[in-house]
Design a protein around this ligand. Structure first.
Ligand code: A3P
Length: 300
């Protein structure tokens, strides 16, 4: 999108985030109770934030009084590099109630050491790169008046993406970094795919809840709490809320975080040649890792 990137420890970071990231590495002190949501941009960050927040706070707010009904998920869960950057002199961020939930797009190798060393949990979500790129492309178009970046064509953007030159990319190294961390310690790093959540959200809500130590009781399951959370955080519900239709952060329109929410929308944007290039790339980069992505919605 013409945004300037800087390479650091083999990954490309937006220049505007470089200082916050360095400051995070220096100052962020993870607590054992922290929950870190880590994602490749456009993989379901907004959804994961809403779900995790709702699971953790379900006893504090009944579903019909959830702050998510009036606030965008990005304003209820902070990105820790910003938080730390703004509060360097207060590295413990004591003001944030426990368990603290933070999000980030930082690659696994660039996370602050204290995250790896503490007992905090990391939930990672990623998405098939065809939809990831398509979502990213549309997001940039949607916010183009605000980001002052030089416009580029979809062909050019796709070429750069495939060469690994994208914010927080190369995307395959980002994914493999967390995948290997998950294989190494699955109690520490949970690995999710957008497509799997689309297929069975109730199963994943329960899985996330167990992983972070907030499992649902039988009573809650009988009362349908899992389904209530699933409905509250659904694309249909969140995208139709006033705040998400009209609000914006300093950088992005909230509505741009809710576009279609589908698997396979890339077929409306990418040519067969582009798709073939990406599929070959995925095959070669993910070879031997045991990792695969669905690129179509089985149900349609
Ligand atoms: P599309 O552009 O394909 O529609 P992120 O939150 O990481 O920025 O990712 C945004 C993508 O997730 C967008 O994909 C958006 O529509 C989708 N999305 C946002 N909220 C969602 C939800 N509650 N359920 C499913 N998908 C959601």
């Amino acid at each position: 999108n013409g945004e300037q990137l800087v390479k650091y420890k083999e990954f490309w970071f937006p220049v505007r985030l470089f200082r916050p990231i360095l400051s995070t590495q220096k100052y962020f002190k993870a607590k054992n109770t922290d929950i870190i949501l880590s994602t490749t941009p456009k993989s379901g960050t907004t959804w994961l934030k809403a779900l995790t927040y709702s699971i953790v706070n379900r006893h504090m707010y009944p579903i019909d009084q959830s702050p998510l009904l009036t606030s965008n998920p990005h304003s209820v869960v902070d990105t820790f590099e910003f938080h730390t950057y703004l509060k360097q002199e207060n590295p413990d961020l004591e003001c944030v109630p426990n368990p603290r939930i933070f999000s980030t797009h930082i690659s696994f190798n660039v996370l602050p050491d204290s995250i790896r060393e503490s007992e905090c949990k990391i939930i990672y979500i990623c998405r098939n790169p065809l939809d990831l790129f398509t979502s990213f492309w549309n997001f940039l178009l949607e916010n183009k008046e605000d980001n002052h970046a030089k416009p580029i064509s979809i062909d050019e953007a796709f070429d750069m993406f495939c060469k690994g030159y994208s914010a927080f990319g190369p995307f395959w190294d980002h994914i493999l970094g967390y995948w290997n961390a998950h294989l190494n310690d699955s109690e520490k790093v949970m690995f999710l795919k957008y497509e799997d959540l689309k297929e069975d959200i109730a199963f994943h809500i329960k899985k996330i809840a167990e992983f972070i130590g907030f499992p649902f009781s039988l009573e809650e399951e009988k009362q349908g709490v899992v389904e209530q959370i699933s409905r509250l955080c659904s694309f249909e519900n969140l995208s139709n809320l006033d705040v998400n239709k009209t609000g914006s952060s300093m950088i992005f329109k909230y509505s741009s975080f809710f576009r279609k929410g589908k698997v396979g929308d890339w077929t409306n944007y990418l040519t067969p040649a582009m798709a073939e290039r990406m599929l070959n790339l995925m095959e070669s980069k993910l070879k031997g890792s045991g990792l695969m992505f669905k690129t179509y919605d089985d149900k349609t």
